[in-house]
Design a protein. Structure first.
Length: 566
């Protein structure tokens, strides 16, 4: 395996210094993950599918990745289908085969996304294959590693065969699902969420029976190592050490021949919990919800993956159930933010009792929880103050007392629930009390009338949506405390009317996305179809070009994006 790693290192170092790479280079099956050995993956033989069609292509992402783009749309479609329109061979052979233009061997990775590793459990990539890797060197001696993965390429031996739903074990992805993921992953990235990018969607010339719609492949680029990879190997200290070191080197930007030190172990886990907290803060700020936040959907560096169940509600509805049968709510003591850390905390405990070489270097869960909370609060405070219109210098200058008071009242505004329940399909539910993004972005414009409670109520706090239930009397205590925090910030900075004028200008630069009101199903299906309906309509017509469909998808994406300046 050492010779395989050295060979990969030589190739990747050459690629890292090249300004552009071709689609063939990123889909040729070469990947450093193979250097770990066959304990970590299974080979999957696939064949190129004639009659496939390029549906969506993300040119912005392709340019960000420095991919060579042909001049004509027809040529781009030909190249994409030649390199990415793969589906598992009907008569899967037991080992690698000789690559050709129509048949190739890629691989699926092992990870544990269920309670145990018994036969039929979620044991890894059940409908995805890793086809390549992009290695770059943004700064001398600092590397970036991105996996190129196809989802919807046929069932693998690692699929969750014991799951009651056929969708977890047929190896396919439906068109509605992949269009949703394309739109929402792009919106999530534009909103500052750390997630893999979707480069393209390819329509296959056959149907997925359970959905009665065309099957599709999604081409995804980003970090695909997951917490679940560590869990899978936690019962084998030697194997766990190997994949843990591999993830550390990639996530910290080291060369893969970098010698690991004790200091690296501690810095790595600090990095992961910091990135996880940053991502959790952005989720909270923009009302983002991941419908399946499991070990398999958290990346090794604290990011998110698999956005097919992702939604952007119109407010922070703490009683929104983002998993089936009310298993998890958006807010409360076991809400989404807490779930983010709980996954990491469970991973830390697993590593500490695994018996692998570095277990004694891992600090207690309580230490990481403090790190998580501090970073989460700091990032949220920064983003909220930016929404009001403060500059980076003003935020840095602001006292800790003023920041904490502002954070506490704004968080309570986010988490407040309405005065009466709203009837939905699942029964009566207390919805959110306010639209906090609108309150923050409109604050500077209302600064001169902050002492007029009725004005603040009508301009900022009153909700003109079907779920709005608060009256002025209900909101008054929030208005009073919010006013005090804003006046406190003004006084702390020794601000002037010119300062407020600058806040007004900067706050107007933030374009708030318009969100759908919740449907009777309380978001998931209603938003999923509303967001994708124009794109799906064009696809089903059968004669629209990928460029036209992609332009409509971009318009759908931007509806969910808050353009918050850095």
């Amino acid at each position: 395996m050492r010779s395989l790693l050295l060979s990969w290192l030589a190739k990747s170092q050459n690629r890292a210094h090249e300004s552009h790479c071709s689609f063939t280079e990123i889909s040729n099956g070469n990947h450093s993950y193979r250097s770990l050995g066959s304990d970590y993956y299974v080979d999957i033989n696939v064949e190129n599918i004639p009659g496939a069609r390029l549906i969506l292509f993300n040119r912005d992402l392709a340019q960000e990745l420095n991919l060579d783009l042909p001049e004509s749309d027809e040529e781009l479609e030909r190249i994409m289908l030649e390199n990415f329109a793969w589906f598992k061979c009907a008569d899967q052979q037991s080992g690698p085969i000789t690559d050709s233009k129509t048949v190739k061997t890629y691989f699926a990775t092992r990870y544990q996304d269920s309670d145990n590793k018994s036969e039929g459990s979620a044991l890894g990539d059940g409908r995805a294959i890793w086809v390549g890797e992009i290695v770059s060197e943004p700064h001398p001696g600092s590397f970036r590693y991105l996996d190129v993965v196809l989802k919807g390429t046929g069932v693998t031996p690692l699929a969750w065969f014991n799951h009651p739903r056929q969708s977890h074990k047929d190896g396919m992805a439906s068109m509605t699902e992949v269009v949703h993921e394309y739109i929402y992953s792009a919106a999530a990235r534009k909103n500052g969420i750390n997630t893999a990018g979707v480069l393209a969607v390819i329509e296959l010339p056959f149907y997925r029976e359970i959905d009665n719609e065309k099957a599709a492949i999604i081409v995804r680029v980003g970090n695909h190592l997951r917490f679940a990879h560590f869990l899978y190997f936690s019962d084998s200290p030697a194997l766990l050490k190997k994949i843990f070191e591999y993830a550390l080197k990639r996530d910290m930007g080291f060369s893969l021949d970098h010698p690991i030190t004790v200091e690296d172990i501690r810095k790595y886990l600090d990095l992961v919990v910091t990135k996880l907290a940053e991502n959790a803060a952005v989720y909270f700020d923009v009302h983002a919800v991941h419908g399946s936040p499991t070990f398999g959907n958290k990346t090794s560096c604290g990011g998110s993956i698999d956005m097919a169940t992702f939604v952007f509600p119109d407010a922070h509805h703490v009683n929104y159930s983002y998993m089936s049968e009310g298993a998890n709510l958006l807010g409360g003591v076991n809400g989404q933010t807490e779930q983010f850390f709980n996954l990491f905390g469970h991973l830390v405990k697993t590593l500490k009792k695994s018996g692998f070489e570095y277990q004694m270097e891992i600090l207690p869960v309580e230490y990481f929880h403090r790190q998580f909370r501090n970073k989460f609060e700091a990032v949220l405070t920064y983003r909220w103050l930016k929404r009001v219109g403060l500059s980076d210098q003003e935020i840095d200058t602001l006292s800790i007392t003023a920041k904490e008071r502002f954070y506490d009242i704004v968080k309570s505004i986010y988490e407040a629930t309405g005065s009466k329940r709203i009837r939905l399909n699942k029964g009566k539910v207390y919805m959110a009390a306010f639209e906090p993004r609108r309150i923050l972005s409109g604050t500077a414009d209302c600064f001169d009338s902050l002492d007029v409670t009725v004005s603040v109520w009508s301009k900022l706090f009153k909700v003109n949506r079907k779920w709005g239930t608060y009256k002025l009397s209900d909101a008054k205590s929030y208005i009073v405390e919010y006013r005090k925090s804003i006046i406190g910030i003004f006084n702390d900075l020794k601000a002037s009317q010119d300062t407020v004028a600058a806040w007004k200008r900067r706050s107007k630069e933030i374009k708030l996305s318009e969100r759908h009101e919740p449907g009777a199903d309380f978001f998931y299906d209603s938003e999923r179809f509303l967001a994708s309906e124009e794109v799906l309509h064009l696809i089903r017509q059968g004669n629209a070009s990928w460029r036209k469909i992609s332009q409509v998808a971009e318009t759908s994406t931007l509806r969910f994006v808050d353009h918050l300046k850095d």
